[in-house]
Design a protein around this ligand. Structure first.
Ligand code: M6P
Ligand code: ZN
Length: 187
């Protein structure tokens, strides 16, 4: 019997993923049209500006029943008007599928919304662990001045449903008021 060398890597300090199954994607401001409340401020900004990056470790095909995916999201610091940079956010296609998030570095908020549009929010910081139950849309918001880096683990058959978030958004927003992050209902 031979012992295989580990070729897939996860940097415990930075959350960086590498290896055969790691892939990387980036979201520029121009890909987030309609996500932020202040359309005028959005239009005045450089669409090429990088808002967040996602590394994913996918050892099985998307949709495989029973498999797992593992990822790292990096949300850069910034604002559109008074609204902090954030991810698009999504429900899972298979609504019952849960997910774990954990804070690696930076400061932020995990916004959760149920199917009745009721929102709750959790502070994200290094070492914070977040169990996102099924039937909850989830979005990360960077309320700090450095990168917000968050780990994630979810089912390979969970899928992403961005549709209802694109249409109706979340019913709460995290805004900067007098230099502080405040949670506002937005409907
Ligand atoms: C985490 C996981 C991924 C997700 C990513 C970015 O890494 O939840 O499944 O794709 O965050 O979030 P979004 O897809 O909402 O832009
Ligand atoms: Zn998810």
């Amino acid at each position: 019997m031979t012992m295989k060398k580990a070729t897939e890597r996860y940097d415990l300090q930075t959350g960086e993923l590498s290896g055969e199954y790691a892939s990387h994607s980036r979201k520029k401001l121009s890909q987030l049209k309609g996500v932020f409340a202040d359309g005028t401020a959005f239009a005045a900004m450089d669409g090429e500006q990088l808002v967040y990056e996602v590394s994913a470790h996918m050892a099985v095909k998307e949709g495989t029943p029973g498999g797992l995916f593992f990822g790292t999201s990096t949300i850069h610091p910034g604002r559109v008007g008074n609204e902090y940079f954030m991810t698009k956010g999504h429900f899972h296609n298979k609504r019952e599928c849960a997910e774990y998030y954990w804070g690696i570095s930076g400061e932020g908020v995990l916004l959760l919304m149920d199917e009745n549009r009721r929102c709750t929010a959790e502070q994200v910081q290094p070492g914070s662990l977040h169990y996102i139950g099924g039937y909850l849309a989830h979005r990360l918001i960077n309320t700090g001045e450095s990168d917000l880096v968050v780990g994630a683990c979810w089912g390979s058959d969970a899928g992403h449903d961005y549709g209802s978030i694109e249409t109706a958004g979340f019913s709460a927003r995290v805004l900067c008021e007098n230099g502080k992050a405040v949670l506002k209902e937005s409907h």
